[in-house]
Design a protein around this ligand. Structure first.
Ligand SMILES: [Zn+2]
Length: 501
């Protein structure tokens, strides 16, 4: 009969730690038993500590930086998998594994543990259209049409107030609001975009940020040529940053010449960065474009060679079937901004047609001056209800579809869906923990329904971006919230005074 090596012999490469014999000498269970019998207590103690000290790390757990466990995980992956009592292991900026909590706790040893018990763990929101510093114009002028609002209030207020300091203070306030309400990525079009990027990176938020190019003198650049030079420097500075993706942002077809639009697209193509642009926001824009060029905004952009898969439209309210065909043909994406469109009575984007055509569709808040907040929970709620009302169909825009638009759909619309938008092994760790214990969250039959119709942005307890916890249990870890708010109040005084002159 062949005797088997005993366990301890097999575990050690050099010597049998039970018999302390060189590995060359075969030790058997029989010999092992003899030795244990000879010095039972001493052997047992030595064995215990040796095994614990030597073999635990080698046979033990994989090291990760962060283990979030105990909550319900809404992955938003291809099958919309939901893991009850799940966990997420994170190393560096990426998700190592999503799975059942018991399994992951056995498998991983984490430097930082985060309990998600009683909470929903889901991908952070992707706010596809924003003008972050405009939070400082929150409520400055409401209840009027876009052209009056822009010409009489926003453009003059911008001309008198927008400088580096304004942009820094406004972006910090916007980042605070976005982190608080569960946004982990946002797309931005504004001026002094270098300052937007600096503050966004410091806050730990992910941003697709574009310097605005416009035909008339802007607060930072007096001509479109200067704007384009600024944009090129901006792209060179930020390209390759872990959090910031630089972009070019021609304001709109009706506020730029053909030459400027072409130059923007060429610049974006040269550096393989996105073009962010407002398109077909109002009926006035459609009328103006038809009068000026005999074309829709989309047709005009197509005629200039300015459409492509790196072009992201915001709004798309007044799109014709022909426009939608061009958008589909050139691989353009769209971000829907229902609150801004409603507040300015711009109209309702044909999102059912957009989705039916398979055009990537995200959700945005637009700037806070036309919303008046950066709350993606509200954007979801309003999207779901608005289209039911417009289409007179309560089955339109179901909750799950809207959550998709705010997460993985938004990631697709920014062409970032390989990296963010869902909780999957290997993706960037951008996620939020949402409390499910307030009165308005009970009872709970369907997570998507709750996210769209019942939960509030204040239910977000913890926000993680790029593997880093930026808000934990409502406490901000990258921004001094008190200072940010105080500074914004100081800016308000200056802005109010500037409008009196
Ligand atoms: Zn906008």
């Amino acid at each position: 009969m062949i005797e088997q090596d005993h366990l301890f012999y097999r575990l050690s490469r050099a010597v049998c730690i039970l018999c302390f014999q060189p590995r060359a000498i075969r030790c058997t269970p029989f010999q092992g038993a003899k030795i244990v019998t000879r010095y039972p207590v001493a052997r047992a103690a030595v064995l215990y500590f040796l095994l614990a000290a030597i073999f635990q790390p080698a046979f033990g757990k994989d090291k990760v930086d962060l283990l979030i466990s105990g909550g319900t995980i809404l992955t938003m992956d291809g099958t919309h998998r939901i893991v009850e009592n799940g966990a997420i292991a994170i190393r560096g900026d990426r998700i190592v594994e999503v799975g059942p909590a018991a399994q992951l706790r056995d498998r991983y040893e984490a430097a930082q543990l985060l309990s998600a018990a009683g909470q929903l763990v889901m991908p952070g929101f992707v706010n596809g259209h924003n003008h972050a510093p405009m939070v400082l114009f929150r409520g400055i002028a409401d209840d009027m049409k876009l052209s009056d609002w822009l010409q009489k209030y926003i453009f003059p207020a911008e001309a008198r107030n927008v400088n580096r300091e304004f942009v820094e203070a406004g972006t910090a306030l916007a980042c605070l609001e976005m982190i608080r309400s569960g946004t982990t990525t946002y797309a931005d079009m504004y001026y002094f975009e270098d300052q937007v990027a600096e503050v966004t990176a410091q806050a730990g938020l992910r941003g697709v940020l574009g310097e605005t190019i416009i035909q008339f003198p802007a607060p930072d650049n007096k001509t479109p040529q200067e704007g384009l030079s600024y944009a090129e420097r901006f792209i060179k500075r930020w390209k390759g940053n872990a959090l910031i993706e630089p972009a070019v942002a021609p304001h709109a077809p009706y506020t730029n010449s053909a030459e400027t639009i072409r130059a923007c697209k060429e610049l974006a193509d040269k550096y393989a960065v996105p073009v962010l642009i407002h398109v077909s926001e109002t009926q006035d824009e459609s009328t103006e474009m038809r009068q000026k060029y005999g074309m829709t905004s989309t047709q005009w952009l197509a005629s200039l060679g300015a459409l492509g898969p790196n072009v992201f439209f915001s709004h798309g309210v007044w799109l014709s079937e022909d426009d939608l065909g061009l958008i589909k043909k050139y691989g353009v994406t769209i971000t829907h901004n229902p609150e801004s469109n409603m507040k300015l009575a711009s109209g309702t984007a044909p999102i059912e047609r957009i989705l039916a055509l398979g055009i990537p569709l995200g959700l945005g808040t637009d700037g806070a001056a036309s919303n008046n907040d950066l709350d993606m929970f509200e954007a979801m709620d309003i999207t779901a209800k608005l289209h039911k009302l417009i289409l007179k169909d309560p089955a339109a825009t179901p909750a799950e579809q809207v959550v998709e638009m705010a997460t993985i759909g938004g990631a697709r619309a920014l062409r970032l869906d390989k990296e963010i938008g869902s909780l999957e092994n290997g993706k960037k760790a951008d996620l939020i923990l949402v409390d499910l214990n307030e009165a308005h969250a009970v009872p709970l039959y369907n997570y998507y329904s709750h996210l769209v119709y019942a939960l509030k942005s204040a239910d977000v307890r913890t926000t993680v971006i790029n593997g880093k916890v930026v808000m934990r249990d409502g406490r901000f870890l990258t921004l001094d919230s008190k200072k940010v708010i105080e500074r914004a109040r100081e800016m308000q005084k200056r802005i109010a005074a500037s409008l009196k002159n």
